[in-house]
Design a protein around this ligand. Structure first.
Ligand code: SAM
Length: 276
């Protein structure tokens, strides 16, 4: 998989879903989504309607194709991630959140490809596989409160919104933060609160958190975030530099306040910026 990351070119062979290596910002390999299946799904449990009456079956079918591509990639990476499948609830949410609403008009046709896409200001919406994997690794439940660092488009926050009680999300680039806030409000994600600011320092007013997800690569695990994690809580964060290998890390805070870390897999994220 690391070789895939480094090659940067399409890889020959594979199934009818053409294997495609993506030298992108998030993770280094994707599968082109060509398969379409499934039916329109309605959101349950008081969540916003992901498939509105006007959306039609096409987008829901594309989302099913995206979910299948995620499942295939999970199977390919099972040795690294230590499991054959992700939490069914995470996968169900992935099939419902309208990713096309979170990407700019000019890349909307690619919204359901399993790949990161540009969202402006040099930033990206993460690859769906990575969004699903990071959500799964948090091991969160319906009563939990989660902090996201790196709101970007708001897509990851929308996914988390369907899994937990409250989501707090911080974005350092002001226009992106403003746009994401408006988008999340328009789409009805009422349990997501956003703020513009440097997420390295967390959001103390709402701490401690059951889970913290950082969607930009840090050079180290930020100590303020460890402090804002509940004992028993988990943080998922890419760690590494812009030019060298980054690893997706799972940080688990023990009941005595110490932390256990586990390297999950090599990834490629935009950097965590700010003055620290
Ligand atoms: N989660 C986003 C989504 O679903 O669209 C994608 C995140 S993008 C890969 C990383 C984001 O982290 C960028 O929008 C970037 O501006 C933001 N970021 C970088 N450093 C940050 C910091 N110190 N605090 C908050 N956000 C930061």
């Amino acid at each position: 998989m690391v070789a895939d990351l480094a090659s940067g070119f399409d890889r020959p062979g594979g199934s009818w879903l053409r294997r495609q290596v993506f030298w992108g910002w998030v993770t280094g390999f994707t599968r082109t989504v060509a398969g379409v299946a499934g039916l329109a799904l309605c959101m349950a449990g008081g969540l916003p309607l992901a498939v509105s009456a006007g959306e039609g079956l096409g987008l829901a079918a594309q989302r099913r194709g995206m979910v299948e591509a995620i499942e295939e990639m999970v199977a390919e990476t099972r040795m690294e991630i230590g499991k054959d499948r992700l939490d069914p609830q995470v996968m169900a949410i992935m099939a419902k959140v309208p990713r096309h609403e979170f990407v700019p008009e000019d890349v909307r046709a690619s919204a359901y490809l399993n790949r990161p896409l540009p969202i402006g200001y040099g930033q990206t919406i993460s690859q769906p596989y990575i969004v699903a994997l990071m959500s799964d690794l948090l091991a969160i439940g319906p009563e939990d409160t989660v902090l996201e660092v790196g709101t970007g488009s708001g897509y990851q926050a929308a996914v988390l919104s369907g899994l937990v009680k409250d989501v707090y999300s911080m974005e350092i680039i002001e226009p992106l933060g403003r746009q994401a806030k408006a988008r999340l409000e328009r789409l009805g994600y009422a349990n997501v609160e956003t703020r513009v600011g440097d997420g390295y320092y967390g959001w103390a007013a709402h701490a401690p958190f059951d889970g913290i997800i950082v969607t930009a690569a840090a050079s180290h695990v930020p100590p303020p975030l460890v402090r804002q994690l509940k004992p028993g809580g988990r943080m998922v964060i890419p760690v590494g530099s812009r030019f060298f290998t980054q690893y997706l890390m799972l940080v688990e805070k023990q009941s005595d306040g110490s932390v256990k870390t586990r390297q999950i897999m090599p990834v490629r994220f935009v950097p965590l910026t700010g003055e620290h």
